[in-house]
Design a protein around this ligand. Structure first.
Ligand code: FMN
Ligand code: SF4
Length: 499
């Protein structure tokens, strides 16, 4: 991948608007989502996992501080991180798979309302994911995980020119495979086995031999609907169904989904479960509660879905009644780098990962607004279907002019900005107040994403070792290793003149 990323793009200078220009801009104009919700502006902080929940998936003070800090910037919408809909252990990621999570989530909603003075609508991203295991020690893989079959015997006999291996016991086959040089394993194992060995075992939605995978279409609508009902009970303004990146629902939409049970193969088949999930959710929540989704404009992997698939899905989901469609790109396991032994694959390490969170080290096109062409394709398809469902665009947006131009061109109806909002949670407010010159601008180099990859509390390189003038170091909440502050320093929002 790195061969393609030869050009380093400087962060462009920005011509920030004055307060009056900002007040008259598209960006700071309201937009309605569904029947009962209006965003005060077309500014959006998309989901970002901060690794601050308890091991049980509960809201902590650090979670409240994280979302409160984004709310200080008063974006039109703030989407809470991908939150698991099942009640199963998943590390310090938020969960909503049981009623016991509702109280903590209500505190989160209250925090966002209070800190944004009611200007920010708060949604929660609902996610389902399948099992993924750490990359195994090869010896362990051959001794315990590999299921030996006739294919292994046949191929090994041919590789080692030893016909006796055709009838050898399993233990001998395991030992012979473990002793093969790495490059010969390509001949001895199937593509799936090689992937399990080099990246770690990972379930696919196409594993129909597994009963719990086969039954996903029966199980998931109910799980998503219950989670959405809990979100409403906690006071959220709506939910974002996570149909993007490397997770279950995106895998149903994927062009790689060849399930033969009516939930794969054709565009209609691939969209069937996402639409059934939506219907179940819609039926469980009240009319004004927002139900939208995040999809991929392009999977950015070999054989994956492209923009024309996304156009179909966007229009089809909008026609089904989605209140918004948010468009992302890539972020897949299929092209992820092989992790070290003992670590799990991370879906943002390959080309598709770069497309999802583009950095300044890029190709000629560069990172800035890189994926707006995709939200445009989806928006055009929705418009062509006679609908006006708002489309959210994201990817490398970290300046006002780019955001405003995207809205003017019709690339999207709402502008999402993740890393820039992390670099400076006050940035939307600074721009609206005509104080854009004070924005701490994201460098798009993905230090934050590296922390996410290693399951460490996410922070930003621009502020996590900085103290504000006069700030008491003892009062600053820090990461577990004590080295990084967890929250961006407060912005002194008195006018620069001090009057
Ligand atoms: C630390 C981190 C965590 C993220 N977690 C999520 C997530 O939970 N769900 C999601 O849909 N996208 C997630 N993303 C992707 C962002 O929402 C966004 O699509 C991506 O960063 C591109 O936007 P940007 O260029 O404005 O950063 C995450 C991004 C970062 C940097
Ligand atoms: S760590 Fe780097 S890429 Fe991430 S928000 Fe900060 S400046 Fe941007």
């Amino acid at each position: 991948m790195s061969d393609l990323l030869r050009v380093v793009h400087p962060i462009p200078d920005e011509d920030w608007p004055g307060a009056e220009e900002a007040a008259g801009s598209r960006l700071f104009s309201p937009v309605a989502l569904g029947r009962g919700c209006t965003l005060t502006s077309r500014t959006w902080v998309p989901a970002m996992v901060p690794w601050r929940a308890t091991e049980e998936g509960e809201v902590t003070d650090a979670v409240l501080a994280w979302y409160g800090r984004f709310a200080d910037g008063e974006p039109g919408a703030l989407v809470v991180e991908a939150t698991g809909i099942r009640d199963v252990p998943s590390g310090p990621l938020l969960r909503i798979g049981h009623d016991r999570y509702v109280d903590g989530l209500r505190r989160l909603v209250d925090t966002v309302r209070a800190r944004s003075s009611g200007r920010t609508r708060v949604f929660i991203q609902l996610i389902d994911f399948l099992t993924i295991r750490r990359r195994p020690e090869p010896s362990l893989y051959f001794a315990r995980f590999l299921r030996v079959d006739e294919g292994h015997r046949r191929r090994l006999a041919s590789i080692l020119s030893d016909d006796a291996l055709r009838i050898a016991p399993d233990e001998q086959i395991r030992a012979s495979l473990a002793a093969l040089p790495e490059q010969r394993l390509d001949e001895a194992l199937t593509a799936r086995e090689l992937d399990d060995l080099r990246r770690g075992y990972r379930e696919r939605v196409t594993d129909l031999h597994l009963p719990h995978i086969r039954s996903l279409p029966e199980v998931l609508p109910g799980l998503f609907a219950q989670a959405a009902a809990r979100a409403e009970a906690a006071g959220f303004d709506g939910v974002e169904l996570h149909y993007a990146h490397a997770y279950t629902m995106a895998s149903f939409l994927s062009a790689l989904n060849d399930r033969g049970d009516g939930y794969g193969r054709t565009l209609e088949g691939r969209a069937r479960l996402p639409k059934e999930v939506f219907s179940a959710v819609r039926a469980r929540v009240s009319e004004g509660f927002v139900v939208g989704c995040r999809i991929l404009g392009d999977e950015a992997i070999d054989g994956g879905s492209t923009a024309s698939d996304a156009a179909y899905f966007g229009a089809s989901l909008a026609a089904a009644g989605m209140d918004f469609v948010s468009v992302s790109k890539g972020g897949k396991f299929e092209d992820a780098k092989a992790p070290k032994v003992g670590q799990a694959a991370y879906p943002y390490t390959g080309r598709s990962g770069h497309e999802c969170m583009p950095t300044v080290r890029s190709d000629e096109r560069g990172p800035f607004g890189r994926n707006l062409g995709l939200s445009r394709v989806v928006r055009d398809a929705i418009t062509a279907a006679g609908l006006s469902t708002p489309v959210v665009g994201a990817g490398g947006i970290q300046g006002y002019r780019l955001a405003e131009a995207a809205l003017a061109r019709g690339d999207c109806d709402v502008v999402a900005s993740a890393r820039q909002s992390l670099a400076d949670p006050d940035w939307w407010r600074k721009v609206r107040l005509g104080r854009g010159a004070e924005v701490r601008r994201c460098k798009l180099t993905n230090y934050c994403e590296g922390l996410d990859q290693h399951h460490k509390e996410v922070t930003c390189q621009l502020w996590d070792r900085v103290l504000s003038p006069g700030e008491d170091p003892a009062s600053v909440a820090r990461s577990k290793d004590g080295r990084r502050r967890l929250e961006a320093p407060r912005w002194d929002d008195r006018p620069p003149s001090g009057d």
